[in-house]
Design a protein around this ligand. Structure first.
Ligand code: ADP
Length: 289
């Protein structure tokens, strides 16, 4: 009886082991297949990146050059006011084309980032950097692009808020919050950017006087490809793909931070993110998310 039990136990163990080995082989095959799919995805992305972004860069450069040449012509030649007026529509057309190129560029970047996050190939290059300069850079850029808009910036007395981060990616997050605040609120309303520190946490927030969002949307807006029904672009042109905020969330969470929104319909929105301040002993590292 004992021998039979022992043999039965042994057979069960052998079968279980064979099953585990099969599962292990399957898992390995799946892992290899996943790696291969990711490699192809990355290859595909780099082709798209090249095929779509290169022409956009050339177009942007050509439009800038044309704009500069027309402006130089207008200022250097002794033109009659009537002649000068004839150049105004040309400048307006160039400006419109440049705006459209920027929109296209942003959409391509959003898609590339979203795909890289899916394929887990979005690289973050983290170093100790100053959040004050990051916020200032993003605000200055938008002030230059949209000189007619009022963007208030409320900073701290201190000139340095050290975080351990990929600075370019943080500029991207602040820029995304800011461009949303500008496009979903009307052109005559101001936008407020604020940086403050509480304990070991830095917080950046962007407040607008746009339509505001009901509580039910506060979570969903961070999902990839989600756009709130009924929320229209109020100033500037070009909507989006509903990708920007989900990319922002991934970037901030991979920095050990959090994102959120405080908003109520009719009362505007405040989008924010929090990041831990830099701790001693942080070293430069490359992280893939
Ligand atoms: P999109 O490119 O569509 O703006 P985002 O991911 O940046 O994509 O935003 C997702 C959605 O969240 C937007 O489509 C919009 O419906 C809503 N949203 C984002 N920012 C604001 C804001 N400041 N005010 C109101 N709604 C906003």
């Amino acid at each position: 009886m004992t021998l039979t039990h022992t043999i039965a136990g042994l057979v069960a163990l052998i079968l279980a082991r064979a099953q585990l080995q099969r599962e292990h082989a399957e898992a390995r095959a799946n892992e290899l297949a996943l790696r291969e799919a990711n490699r192809r995805m990355e290859e595909f992305l780099s082709i798209i990146c090249h095929e779509l972004k290169t022409p956009l860069t050339v177009m942007r450069g050509s439009l800038q050059l044309a704009d500069r040449k027309v402006k130089r012509l207008v200022s250097s030649e002794a033109l009659f006011p009537d002649e000068m007026r004839r150049f105004a529509p040309i400048l307006a057309l160039l400006e419109r084309a440049r705006n459209q190129v920027s929109i296209q560029d942003r959409l391509v970047n959003d898609l590339l980032d979203a795909s890289r996050i899916q394929a887990q190939t979005l690289h973050l290059l983290k170093t100790p950097c100053n959040l004050v300069s990051i916020v200032q850079e993003a605000v200055e850029d938008q002030r230059q692009i949209k000189p007619a808009r009022t963007i208030h910036l409320e900073m701290l007395a201190r000139k340095e808020v050290s975080v351990y981060a990929d600075a370019d990616r943080l500029v991207q997050v602040v820029t995304n919050y800011l461009t949303n605040a500008l496009k979903y609120s009307s052109a005559d309303r101001p936008v407020e950017v604020r940086l403050h520190v509480e304990g070991q946490i830095a917080q950046v927030s962007v407040r607008d006087e746009g339509p505001g969002l009901p509580a039910a949307e506060h979570e969903r807006i961070w999902e990839c490809f989600y756009r709130v029904p009924g929320i229209e672009v109020q100033s500037g042109s070009g909507g989006g793909l509903g990708v920007g905020l989900s990319v922002c969330r991934t970037i901030i969470e991979r920095h050990g931070g959090q994102v959120g929104v405080d908003s109520r319909p009719g009362e505007g929105s405040t989008f924010w993110f929090r990041l831990p301040l830099v701790t001693h002993g942080s070293i430069d590292e490359e992280v893939v998310v």
